[in-house]
Write a protein that binds this ligand. Structure first.
Ligand code: NAP
Length: 327
């Protein structure tokens, strides 16, 4: 990306393969996850922007190609998932710190491995750390068919929670049920009263103890009517401002609205999340869902899809820099 702007500013360019320094590794990128935040940054509409030119992407799956000095626990040929990148993951090769490259469990494919980091770390943080959800509680994942939503559904189900999720399409609702939702609702329905009744019924009249909210600017008022007594509405996603918020329901229920940022984790919280995710991936309780894959040249189309989801979300959007090499 040489200038901030619409998806057409994403251009494939030949540049030198970067060299890993001390404590760093060079990864051959088999698949890179595409996230909504990549589009906010590309458009130049994000609080922290990279220096131009830059290569997008902060998560991936690949094979260690070269090791910098002072790297101990990784070797050339190890397959890893990445939770960060110094040079950007939407490229055939990228450099990251050794701590950001985590060995991938054998049974996870490269395309699935590319979508672990942001979705599962955010979902774990929102549900377990910010939301303090506990086994047996009612969790409402408002926007369950995308990357973070499906991860939240799988984690909540693995911890023995009752999970209600939403998607705007039948395909999405089938997918979220397959991934652990006890009840799947449609967030696109216009009759909000009927929608609320469905949610209340799904929680045996109690409301949701924890709501994981993907679009707070649209749903905050609804969530205040759907939250249980002393429940929490955890804001993960927001794309605009809200008029006419009535906090009365919040007050009556002594409920709270709390924001959640993946970057807000302490080192201890981050380590806890990685342990939980690694355990879940190894046991099979967690299994990343790939929605659509694109070759690197089609990065502009991938950026359009991750925002528009014209046919509804169905998991992660992934870019594959080497055609035919990512399974
Ligand atoms: N706070 C953080 O640290 C953090 C980290 C990662 C992501 N995020 C944000 O969290 C949001 C979700 O990320 P993602 O990666 O899961 O995105 P995604 O894969 O694009 O998924 C978006 C989800 O939102 C749903 N949605 C669309 N309209 C909705 C509505 N009116 N009400 C409820 N849900 C609706 C979509 O469902 P349908 O397509 O079926 O309509 C889909 O399930 C994004 O805004 C992203 O920027 C925040």
């Amino acid at each position: 990306v040489k200038e901030f702007g619409d998806p057409s500013v994403l251009k494939v360019a030949k540049i030198a393969i970067p060299k890993p320094k001390a404590g760093q590794v060079l990864v051959k990128t088999l698949a890179a996850g595409v996230n909504p935040v990549d589009t906010y940054i590309r458009a130049g509409k994000y609080a922290r922007l990279p220096t131009l030119p830059y290569t997008p992407g902060a998560e991936a799956c690949g094979v260690i190609h070269e090791i910098g000095p002072d790297v101990k626990d990784l070797k050339v040929g190890d397959k890893v998932w990445q939770k960060g990148s110094i040079t950007g993951t939407c490229a055939q090769y990228n450099v990251c710190t050794a701590q950001d490259a985590i060995k991938l469990h054998d049974k996870i494919t490269s395309t699935a491995g590319a979508g672990i980091s942001i979705a599962y770390r955010t979902a774990y943080r929102a549900l377990m750390q910010t939301g303090q959800a506990r086994p047996g509680c009612n969790v409402f994942v408002h926007g369950a068919s995308g990357g973070v939503g499906l991860a939240a559904v799988q984690i909540a189900r693995a911890y023995g929670m009752r999970v209600i999720g939403t998607a705007s399409t039948e395909k999405g609702r089938n997918l979220i049920q397959k991934n652990g939702c006890h009840v799947a609702l449609d967030h696109s329905q216009t009759d909000r009263k009927a929608y609320l009744e469905q949610l209340v019924k799904a929680t045996d009249g109690k409301g949701a103890d924890v709501i994981i909210e993907m679009l707070a600017n649209k749903n905050l008022n609804f969530d205040m009517g759907a939250v249980a007594r002393r429940g929490k509405i955890v804001v993960v996603g927001n794309r605009g401002e809200i008029d006419n918020v009535n906090c009365r329901m919040l007050m009556m229920r002594e409920a709270s609205v709390v924001g959640c940022m993946i970057a807000g984790s302490t080192e201890e919280e981050e380590a806890e999340a990685i342990s939980a995710i690694s355990g879940g991936l190894a046991s099979g309780a967690l299994s990343p869902v790939v929605g659509e894959t694109f070759p690197l040249e089609d990065a502009p189309a991938a950026h359009v899809e991750v925002i528009e989801h014209k046919h509804g979300s169905a998991g992660k959007i992934v870019l594959c820099p080497f055609s035919g090499e990512a399974e």
